[in-house]
Design a protein around this ligand. Structure first.
Ligand code: FES
Length: 152
């Protein structure tokens, strides 16, 4: 049956009615109109759905919304400070870190975690950390350059 869930997303508590099997990705996109997080594969293989839960990156397609209750969920929509982009968002623009843009929100959320958790010291470390985020346009070198810019 349907249950009530309270999700704290980008600092605001939102209440939804959903079945317990609903993924965090579907809750964000379809119930909360936060469509920045993308559905690429829906089974944990592309990283397009990456969000932060209590500061750690997760594939939101593999996370049940019900399990994310009581935690701080951050999506790409929550990164900018008003009109001011997050430094990594700006760096993606500066370095052309995208072409079609579909994977970009997930890349950026993974990149934010990469920087915060200290995995951006070398290009090799960045590539390793970001290896779960696929880009079919092949923007990888520019994505690494964007993360490196913020690390400096
Ligand atoms: Fe979640 Fe691909 S949509 S990893």
């Amino acid at each position: 049956g349907v249950t009530e869930m309270r999700l704290k997303v980008n600092g605001a508590v939102r209440t939804i009615q959903a079945e317990p099997r609903v993924t965090l990705l579907d809750a964000l996109r379809e119930r909360l109109d936060l469509t920045g997080s993308k559905k690429g594969c829906d089974h944990g293989q592309c990283g397009a759905c990456t969000v932060l839960v209590d500061g750690r990156r997760v594939n939101s397609c593999l996370t049940l919304a019900v399990m994310a209750q009581g935690k701080e969920i951050t999506t790409v929509e929550g990164l900018a400070n008003g009109e001011e982009l997050h430094p990594l968002q700006q760096a993606f623009i500066d370095h052309d870190g995208f072409q079609c843009g579909y994977c970009t929100p997930g890349q950026i959320m993974s990149g934010v975690a990469c920087l915060k958790e200290g995995h951006a010291k070398t290009d090799g470390d960045i590539r390793e950390w970001m290896s779960g985020n696929l880009c079919r346009c092949g923007a990888y070198p520019n994505i690494v350059a964007a993360i490196r810019q913020v690390e400096k």
